[in-house]
Write a protein that binds this ligand. Structure first.
Ligand SMILES: [Zn+2]
Length: 199
């Protein structure tokens, strides 16, 4: 497991939002220098934390439908069915749930007719039930890093305390900060507003 600190998390969050964001802009938002951002990104790449820089396409703009595929199958068939499904280009994510109620849950995307006919393209031996449920509305698709993770050690922007649990995120003047609690956030805000008034 790779250990991350405040700056790593801030840089990753910026790049997740827009992988083409310039290191100059990221450095400004994170109160650091361009060479520092550059070396941190290289380290995250070398460690395999950043797998690739990619793009987010709005499928609805190009006529691609998204759906959820649910498959119940007997325990001895589940791996074979999962493998067959994974070979299909319409299968974007696939999860197998535990033994007692063995099932495959998968996010699929593609031409609607092809999605509805997905069961005709796999061997149904051992399959108890298979259904395709089209997605009507996508409410949340969030890939940002949950801060309460044992590999992340953040330092409070106000009291400097190290925190491994929940952190409060806040932007001031477009710069990113983490705080250990709402009190620290509030105190920082007061101090910050005073500084701004003096300027
Ligand atoms: Zn604090």
């Amino acid at each position: 497991m790779v250990e991350l600190d405040n700056l790593d998390v801030k840089i990753l969050t910026h790049l997740q939002g827009n992988s083409r964001k310039s290191f100059n802009e990221i450095a400004k938002n994170c109160l650091t220098s361009v060479p520092t951002v550059n070396s941190r990104v290289n380290r995250l790449l070398e460690l395999g934390v950043i797998r690739k820089f990619t793009i987010d396409i709005d499928n609805s703009k190009i006529g691609i439908t998204e759906a959820i595929l649910l498959v119940n199958a007997s325990p001895n068939a589940i791996n074979r069915v999962a493998e067959e499904l994974m070979a299909l280009e319409e299968v974007k994510e696939l999860y197998v749930t535990p033994d007692s109620d063995t099932a495959i849950v998968s996010r699929i995307a593609g031409d609607m007719q092809r999605l509805l006919g997905i069961q005709d393209r796999i061997d149904l031996a051992g399959v108890i039930n298979i259904s395709v449920i089209p997605v009507k509305t996508q409410f949340k698709k969030d890939t940002t890093i949950p801060l309460a993770s044992s590999s992340i050690t953040l330092t409070c922007g106000y009291c400097d305390r190290k925190m491994t649990g929940n952190a409060v995120r806040k932007k001031f003047d477009d710069k990113d900060y983490f705080f250990c609690c709402d009190t620290c956030k509030g105190e920082f805000e007061k101090k910050y507003v005073k500084l701004l008034e003096k300027a």
